[in-house]
Design a protein around this ligand. Structure first.
Ligand code: AKG
Length: 452
């Protein structure tokens, strides 16, 4: 049975933030606008999931300090030029980080059979009901989100949390570098030269007006492919120099097992309406561990599909807290029905979606959440997360995205801004984008079938 969501007291603040951050326009971490160009803060539309300095209010605080006067004067011009270049490139073809791609999947023979694991048994007697009820599915269809509890036993969830948090910690510097790459204007900072978290925060303080809302560690399960006996192909500098020596091949494999589990994928399959008898298959799009340390800012209103270079509505994200979350912790908050609001992205440009308040969405969330519970949201469902309180422990969550096999890579035709994905997740889709031509069905080792 679908648990009733909790209408949040944050309604006013969150809608104000919708206005400021621009709602569905960008990614979760940075005010984007205009087709996801980087380096320019949105001014009332097109926001990203990142976070605006000023945390949770409608007013974005301008940065008080940072950078020499000369640098400050030069910056807007550079920003504008870079943004224009970026948009031109983006319209032709979404950008790809070739550096990350090179060699990564060379060793993998891709036969497209299911790579889903049974690390969480599918039929053991102790297993709580892992699949969804009809009510869950109807609820999800109407609202665009749902909460499914006890998907994992406490023991299963705890083992998964320990493994994921351990591997995520070894990638903390990498996650800070990612924030720099998302929040700072292109070319402003040499991300490879960032050697510490402090370096990263200084760069963000200097070059960005946004506050850091979270740290993102992408696709630990994909590292599995390169962390075995032969690491020779794994020579990408920006990524791997930031992974500390504590990361182990066994640790990565364990995480990959959890992320690619068929128990989780089955829930996604049911919410996506996949019909096994019709040969429907579910692909893993991306996994991400989101960390919100105490005092980190909000996750902007955004929809995940806005960052996905695929032509599909059949996309779902499962979000699992890696410790029990209380009312004060930063869980996800959803704008109910927003996934069906076809007119929102249709009539509004990415920069002009400031009209959300008048659209009358119910704002709902599900805390408290226990270990083993998850929330699910549809690709186009707007969601947000408040800042993590200063006096609370860090909030870790695993987010796993799936799509129904058959989706095509967006064509990115000129003038069709909606077809150019926001770049926040480029480090993730850069692994496969160049191998799948525009308009082709997205099938690639980096997008493995995980169900059935
Ligand atoms: O955990 C967060 O703060 C953001 C997660 C999110 O936006 C997602 O999983 O889609």
């Amino acid at each position: 049975m679908a648990p009733a969501p909790v209408a949040r007291v944050v309604v006013a603040a969150s809608l104000a933030t919708v206005r400021a951050a621009g709602g569905a326009g960008g990614g979760r971490g940075k005010g984007g606008g205009g087709g996801g160009a980087r380096g320019k803060k949105s001014t009332g539309g097109g926001g990203t999931k990142g976070s605006n300095k000023g945390g949770g209010t409608a007013t974005k605080k301008k940065k008080a300090s940072g950078g020499s006067d000369a640098a400050k004067k030069k910056q807007p011009e550079q920003d504008e030029q870079q943004q224009q270049q970026q948009q031109q490139t983006a319209v032709r073809d979404p950008p790809v980080n070739r550096k990350i791609l090179e060699g990564k999947f060379d060793a993998l023979v891709f036969d497209d059979s299911s790579k889903g694991t049974d690390v969480f048994a599918m039929d053991a007697p102790h297993v709580p009901p892992a699949a969804t009820t009809l009510e869950d599915r109807l609820f999800f269809e109407r609202k665009g989100h749902a909460c499914i509890r006890n998907v994992l036993t406490q023991d299963e969830a705890r083992s998964m949390a320990v493994a994921l948090i351990r591997e995520t910690r070894t990638r903390t510097l990498l996650a800070y570098k990612h924030r720099v790459s998302v929040l700072c204007p292109p070319g402003a900072v040499d991300v490879d030269a960032i050697e510490s978290e402090e370096d990263a925060m200084r760069a963000i303080e200097r070059y960005s007006d946004e506050e850091v809302g979270f740290l993102q560690t992408f696709n630990i399960h994909r590292d599995n492919y390169v962390a075995g006996e032969d690491d020779s192909s794994n020579d990408d500098s920006s990524k791997n120099t930031a992974v500390s020596g504590d990361s182990t091949s066994d640790g990565i494999k364990e995480c990959a097992g959890y992320i690619m589990s068929r128990r989780l994928a089955r829930i996604a399959a049911e919410l996506l309406g996949a019909d096994e008898n019709e040969g429907d298959r579910v692909r893993l799009y991306q996994s991400c561990v989101f960390v919100k340390p105490p005092g980190f800012g909000e996750t902007n209103w955004h929809s995940d599909a806005n960052m996905v270079p695929l032509d599909t509505n059949r996309f779902v994200t499962l979000w699992l807290p890696l410790r029990p979350l209380q009312e004060d912790d930063a869980a996800l908050v959803f704008a109910s029905g927003s996934h069906r609001d076809f007119a929102l992205p249709y009539w509004h440009t990415l920069e002009g979606m400031e009209d959300l308040e008048s659209r009358g969405y119910d704002i709902e969330s599900y805390e408290p959440l226990d270990l083993g519970d998850l929330t699910a949201h549809a690709g186009w469902c707007l969601h947000w997360s408040p800042p993590q309180p200063e006096d609370a422990p860090p909030r870790h969550a695993l987010s796993v995205c799936y799509f129904l096999d058959g989706a095509r890579r967006l064509t990115g035709r000129e003038g069709h801004l909606r077809q150019v994905p926001h770049e926040e997740d480029e480090w993730s889709y850069g692994d496969w984008l160049a191998d799948v031509k525009a308009g082709e069905v997205a099938r690639h080792p980096a997008l493995p079938v995980v169900y059935p």
